[in-house]
Design a protein around this ligand. Structure first.
Ligand code: UDP
Ligand code: MG
Length: 316
């Protein structure tokens, strides 16, 4: 039935956390009054192998309020996997995911739930930051979305972070997806359903530092691009073709010079050019192919996305 969703429903809030000891208490304190308006709710905090006191803080929060739960992973699996662990465990009729550092303002939650009650299955948010985030962060994020769109043809909205509401059926669909290389932003956009966007101003981090290093961002970008299309392989074909064409042209030129102009090209510089272009493009192409083979390898081993060490939830 479109439009009206059930009167009594359960809201789940899922929060992956990596070294967030300074943020969690504040986050939960902010969330509780907002959520208490609803009939039933749960907060699921996921400890992604933190090295600080995150897990102790989580246990304390669970002790203080039985609606707050924690899942502790056996090591650091990465944001996307910690998020997946939370989504898999959530039993709400709608599930909201957000960061632990209060960059995703909890006051938007009622708006997310309103969107859902109007009949949307996915209510996502797009961030607008005017100066809160560093220049590098904004630049790399913008570049990433452009790059992703060109490479995959999937038009994920720029600035779509992992702050969103998902209907139970979307969460169920996600649970049944066996993908190992997770890029939830792309996957959720790709799934379709009725989607609705809310834009917000990103807040500065409450405490601690961002753990998305350049290396992690690059990893996410490559995983995102290669798990969504085989276009990069096609890119390799084009590149190979162009380099080969250049090679043919230069060979023809050399032959022409030798046979008709009578001058033999000496010098190794031309040779070096050809060698470098060829060598470089071969490596590039092999890298792309390797990435896909690696993907197959990882999917084939069929290991779990994450391993739970301990949790306050009943394990299924
Ligand atoms: N996070 C995680 N595992 C990681 C890295 C980050 O669970 O390996 C969590 C982190 O605690 C936060 C969210 O993912 O709740 C976003 O991370 P962060 O704030 O460092 O990234 P940024 O906001 O700078 O993109
Ligand atoms: Mg953050």
């Amino acid at each position: 039935m479109m439009g009206v969703k059930m009167e009594k429903f359960k809201v789940s809030v899922v929060v992956p956390a990596y070294n967030e000891e300074g943020n969690l208490t504040r986050l939960v304190q902010t969330l509780l009054p907002i959520l208490s308006v609803y009939n039933d709710y749960e907060i699921i905090l996921i400890n992604d192998g933190s090295s600080d006191k995150t897990i102790e803080v989580m246990k304390q929060l669970h002790h203080d309020n039985s609606r707050v739960h924690y899942i502790s992973l056996s090591r650091n699996f990465g944001h996307q996997y910690a998020l997946k662990a939370g989504l898999d465990a959530a039993i709400g009729d709608c599930v909201i995911s957000m960061d632990a550092d209060l960059q995703h303002p909890p006051r938007l939650i009622p708006a997310l739930i309103d969107g859902w009650q109007k009949g949307y299955d996915i209510v996502y948010t797009t961030r607008q930051d005017k100066g809160t985030e560093s220049f590098f962060k904004r630049f790399s994020s913008e570049f990433f979305y452009k790059f992703f769109r060109v490479l995959t043809g999937l038009k994920i909205p720029a600035g779509a972070a992992d702050f969103r509401l998902l209907d139970k059926k979307v969460v169920q669909t996600l649970k049944n997806m066996p993908e190992k290389a997770l890029f939830l932003r792309g996957l959720i956009y790709w799934m379709g359903f009725k989607q609705f966007a809310i834009s917000y101003q990103v807040e500065p981090r409450f405490s601690g530092r961002s753990s998305y290093s350049l290396k992690k961002m690059l990893g996410l970008a490559i995983a995102g691009a290669t798990s969504f299309s085989i276009k990069p392989l096609r890119l390799a074909i084009y590149l190979g073709f162009i380099v080969a064409l250049l090679g043919c042209l230069s060979t023809a030129y050399v032959l022409y010079m030798k046979l008709f102009a009578g001058s033999v090209i000496t010098g190794w510089s031309s040779l070096m050019c050809v060698l470098l272009i060829l060598g470089g493009s071969q490596l590039f192409v092999m890298g792309i192919i390797g990435e896909y083979i690696g993907r197959i390898f990882v999917e084939m081993k069929n290991r779990p996305n994450y391993i739970i060490d301990e949790t306050s939830l009943e394990q299924k």
